[in-house]
Structure formats: structure tokens, C-alpha cells
Design a protein around this ligand. Sequence first.
Ligand code: PTJ
Length: 278
Amino acid sequence: MNKKQHVSPKHPRAASIETREKIIAHHDSSVLATAGLIAHGRGEAFDYLIGEKTGAPAFRAVKAAATSLLLAKHPVISVNGNAAALVAEDLVSLSEVTGAKLEVNLYYRYPGRETAIRTVLEKAGAKEVLGIGEAASAKLPEIGSERRRVDPRGILKADVVLVPLEDGDRTEALRKMGKTVIAIDLNPLSRTAQWSSITIVDNIIRALPHLVAEVRRQKDMSRRELEEILHSFDNRQNLGSEIKLINKRLSDLAEKGVYIPEVVELYEHLEEDASKSN
Ligand code: PTJ
């Protein structure tokens, strides 16, 4: 059991530390798998690379994802430990605005985790949660892990599945079954990001509110307008733009060396002092 640390709101990384505290607390209550802590750290590293903000390619993917969910006949939101820990309320809002079902689907289906996640979702307002216990009675082909267990009312019959923070195997299997897969993954190089139909390279904490807002914005659009949005989206190209964005950001940073304004100022003062003393 971990003791919650007090985080000063003045700390420059307060939001990031608060998120860590949340993740740790959910690990203590079995919502989060231990590997979920590692996955979170990997996500943080990629978030630094994209500048910890939603970039233009991610907004394009959010737009296409919203359209895809609105056009779907049987949309499903797959929920794992990290997603439930970080954005339970937003997942429920997304389910409400799109009519998508919420289904718990886990890599580490250890005793107690499914029900712990269901409790978190229900506390956030979910009326129905699929994929719990015997309800996950169907099996996806060619997957070695517990992720293969799905609910016949949910992922099995879904035409569009949103998979936040995945491991690539299931995304690959779902695509091979002809389903549209929307992923939210900070790593544009992950197998999930590469296999998905629409990849939102962004932190799930920022991406989900954008997605909910975008669905609301598109709700009154005609079917034709929606189909045009999907038609003009190219995931391969968009992933390329995402990698270029990281590349450019790193090149710019490499030029400057430091980017924190106070540190830049400090260097300028030191240079001034040095030139005065020469
Ligand atoms: O809850 P379970 O049992 O289903 O297990 C979930 C984990 C996350 C442990 C499992 O799916 C896993 O091992 O995932 P990976 O292979 O580590 O992939 C997780 C991906 O999510 C990585 O590419 C991370 O960069 C990315 N990621 C981590 N945090 C975030 C994120 N993407 C978006 N938002 C985040 N906050």
C-alpha cells in the first residue's frame, strides 16, 4: 500500500505528479495492472516528445474517430485498467453521446480486476458494463492473451471499437476480422498505432474530452458530410505527420539546447556577464 503524497499546486509538474498519484492509488485497488505503471511511464516519455499538447495530426484523428463512432452500427469502447484509472468520467460521457457500449477487456484478467473496473465506471455514471466474468464468453481468434475473451453483445459483434492504451495483438486481430479500430496511443510507433484504422497520438487525458466535444459538434451533420470526413482521412499519412511533428520538435530543441524560459534567461545573463568581464 502506498501513502499518498501531498503535491504542492506550485510545483511546475504538479499535474503530472497528481496523475501519477491517481495511477498509484488505482494500482493499490487492483484497477491498474502492475504493468500499467510501466505503460504509464512509457506514455509520459512520448508525451514529452510531442510537447504535452494535442497537435494538429491528433486533432485530425479525433475528428475522424468521432465520425466513425457516429456512423457505426455497433460501436464499443474497450476499457482496460489505465483507461478506467485516468478517464472513467470521459469514457462514460463518450458512451452516452455516441451510444457506444462500454466493455471491460483486460490483458491481465486477474481475479477482482474486472469488478474493480466496473465499480469505477459505475461510480462515473455507467449504467451497463459488458465483459465481466462469464459475460466475456466469446473468443477472438489468434490471440494468446486474456484479451481474446470478449462479450458477444459487445466487441464480438462491434463494427467500430475504440481501444485506448492497447497492446498490438488484439488490434491486429480486430482489423483482420474486418472491424474499424480507433486507438489512443502516445507512441506512434507502437504496433497498436500502426495496426489501427484511426490512431489518435495523444494523451488519453486530453484526447477523450476533445473526442466527446467533437462528437457533439458532428451530431447534426448529414450522413454525406460525415462520410466525406472519413473519406478524406488517411491514417498512414497522419501517422507520418505525427512522426514529422516529433522530428521537427526535436530538431528545434536541438538548436536551442534548452527551452525552459527561465533557463534561457539564465544563460543570457551568464553570457552578458561573461562579455562584460572580457
Ligand atoms: O489493464 P490491462 O490488464 O489490460 O493492461 C493494460 C496495459 C497498459 C498494461 C497493457 O495494455 C500494456 O502492456 O500496454 P503496452 O504494450 O505497454 O502499451 C501501452 C501504450 O499506451 C504505450 O504505447 C504507451 O506509450 C501508451 N500510453 C501510456 N499512457 C498513455 C498512453 N497513451 C495515451 N495516453 C496515456 N495516458
